[in-house]
Design a protein around this ligand. Structure first.
Ligand code: GLA
Length: 382
C-alpha cells in the first residue's frame, strides 16, 4: 500500500463526496513471543507508524461499496447477502461485516475508500489493520457501542471465517489497543494488557526479505494443529491443561516418548518462547537491553530450527544483523516463511546498521529494504 491520507480523502471525494469519518488503523511489530498467541501465551507487540487510512460514509439503503485505492479495485454488494469473495482483498472487510451481522448488530449501507503505507505481505499485519479499521469505523458510523477488545475479536473471527487463517489475537489487539511510545505485553489467555515504555535510545528496524509468504497459510494452520495435538497428548495426564500455556518444560520432556519428533519440537518451542517473553519483560524492567536482545536472538533460533517457520533469506538477514555493532537483537517476525526480520538497534548505531545490512541483502539477491518504525497509538479517528 502506498497512498497517503490526503490521497484517500481525495479518492473518497472524487467518488462519493464528503466522508463522514476518517480513521487510521496501524500495522504492528512484535518484539518477542512468536506463535505463542494461539497457545494462550504471552506476546510483546506494538502498533507502528505505518497503517491503513479509511474514509467512510453511511448510506440510506442496504448497499455497501468497498474501494481499495492502491489495488484499484471496487466491490459493491448488499449488507444482507454477505459471502466470501473469490478474490482475497475484500474478504477481510466482508468478514468483519459478517461477524457484526451474526452478532445481531444493526448495520446499514456505507461507502468506504481505503489505502495506506503498510507494505502488504511483509508480516506487519496489513490484514489486522484492515479488519480493525473497518470494525472500528462501523462501530462509530452505526453507534454499535463495542469496546476495543471486542472489536479486535471481531477482526480475528473475520480472518478465521472469511480469509481462512486460524490466526491468534495478537495482531488485532496490537492494532486496536497500542499506545504511543509503549510496547504492549499481552496475555493471550485473559487478554490483559500491560504497557512497557519503549526506550528512546533504541530504534526498531525491519529488514524486508521481499520473499512472498507463499507457504504461510498452510504452514501456519499446520503449526497450530501440531500444538493442539500436543495438548491432546498431555491432557490425558493432566486434564487441567487447556493449552501449551499450561505446560512446564519438565512435564513435556517426561512425556516425550508419546510424541512424534516434529510435534515434540514444535511444542517445546512454544513452551520455551513463553518463558522467553516473561524473561524479556523482566529484562526490560531492569533496563537490561543486552539480555533482552539475546532473548530475541534465541527466539529466532527456535523459530528457525525447532518451529521451522523461517526461510533461508530470513536466516541470512537475522544472522548478519546480530553480528553488527550496536545491534541488540535480531529475529524473524510474525508468521514467518518470508516477510521481515525485526532488529533492535542502539540509536547511535542506526546509520551504521543500514550500511552494514547492504551486503546481507546482496547475499539474498534483494535490494536493501529497511523500515524504521516507532510504536504508535492504536486505531483512531483522524
Ligand atoms: C500471524 C498471526 C498472529 C500470530 C503471528 C505469529 O501474524 O496473525 O496471530 O500467531 O502470526 O506470532
Amino acid at each position: 500500500m502506498s497512498s497517503s491520507t490526503d490521497a484517500v480523502i481525495a479518492g473518497f471525494r472524487a467518488e462519493f463526496g464528503e466522508p463522514a469519518l476518517i480513521l487510521r488503523s496501524p500495522g504492528r511489530v512484535n518484539l518477542i513471543g512468536e506463535h505463542t498467541d494461539y497457545n494462550e501465551g504471552f506476546v510483546l507487540p506494538a502498533a507502528v507508524d505505518r497503517g491503513v487510512t479509511m474514509a467512510l460514509r453511511p448510506r440510506s439503503d442496504r448497499t455497501f461499496v468497498l474501494r481499495a485505492l492502491d489495488l484499484d479495485k471496487r466491490l459493491e454488494g448488499q449488507i444482507d447477502a454477505l459471502a466470501p469473495h473469490p478474490d482475497r482483498w475484500p474478504n477481510y472487510l466482508l468478514g468483519v461485516m459478517d461477524q457484526l451481522r451474526k452478532a445481531r448488530f444493526k448495520l446499514g449501507g456505507f461507502e468506504l475508500v481505503y489505502g495506506g503505507d503498510l507494505p502488504m505481505g511483509a508480516g506487519m499485519s496489513s490484514s489486522a489493520a484492515l479488519e480493525c479499521g473497518l470494525a472500528f469505523g462501523l462501530n462509530e458510523l452505526f453507534k454499535l457501542g463495542l469496546n476495543r477488545q471486542r472489536l479486535a475479536q471481531i477482526g480475528q473471527a473475520a480472518e478465521h471465517t472469511f480469509v481462512g487463517v486460524k490466526c491468534g489475537i495478537m495482531d488485532q489487539m496490537a492494532s486496536m489497543l497500542s499506545r504511543k511510545d509503549q510496547l504492549m505485553r499481552l496475555d493471550c489467555r485473559d487478554l490483559s494488557v500491560n504497557y512497557v515504555p519503549m526506550r528512546g535510545d533504541v530504534k526498531i528496524f525491519l529488514c524486508d526479505t521481499q520473499v512472498e509468504r507463499a507457504l504461510a497459510e498452510s504452514g501456519y494452520n499446520e503449526r497450530r494443529a501440531s500444538c493442539e495435538a500436543g495438548v491432546a497428548i498431555l491432557q490425558k495426564h493432566d486434564p487441567a491443561i487447556r493449552s501449551l500455556r499450561d505446560v512446564q518444560l519438565d512435564f513435556l520432556y517426561a512425556h516425550r516418548d508419546e510424541f512424534d519428533g516434529v510435534t515434540f519440537r514444535r511444542c517445546r518451542y512454544v513452551v520455551e518462547e513463553n518463558l522467553r517473553v516473561i524473561a524479556a519483560c523482566e529484562a526490560l524492567e531492569d533496563g537490561d537491553l543486552g539480555e533482552f536482545g539475546q532473548l530475541m536472538n534465541l527466539s529466532h533460533y527456535g523459530l528457525s530450527q525447532a518451529y521451522q517457520v523461517s526461510c533461508p533469506e530470513l536466516d541470512v538477514l537475522a544472522d548478519a544483523a546480530s553480528k553488527l555493532p550496536g545491534v541488540l537483537g535480531s529475529r524473524m517476525m510474525g508468521a514467518g516463511f518470508g516477510g521481515c526480520t525485526i532488529n533492535l538497534v542502539e540509536a547511535s548505531a542506526a546509520e551504521a546498521f543500514q550500511e552494514g545490512m547492504i551486503e546481507a541483502f546482496a547475499r539474498i539477491h534483494r535490494k536493501p529494504l529497511i523500515h524504521m518504525c516507532a510504536p504508535t497509538q492504536g486505531t483512531e479517528l483522524l
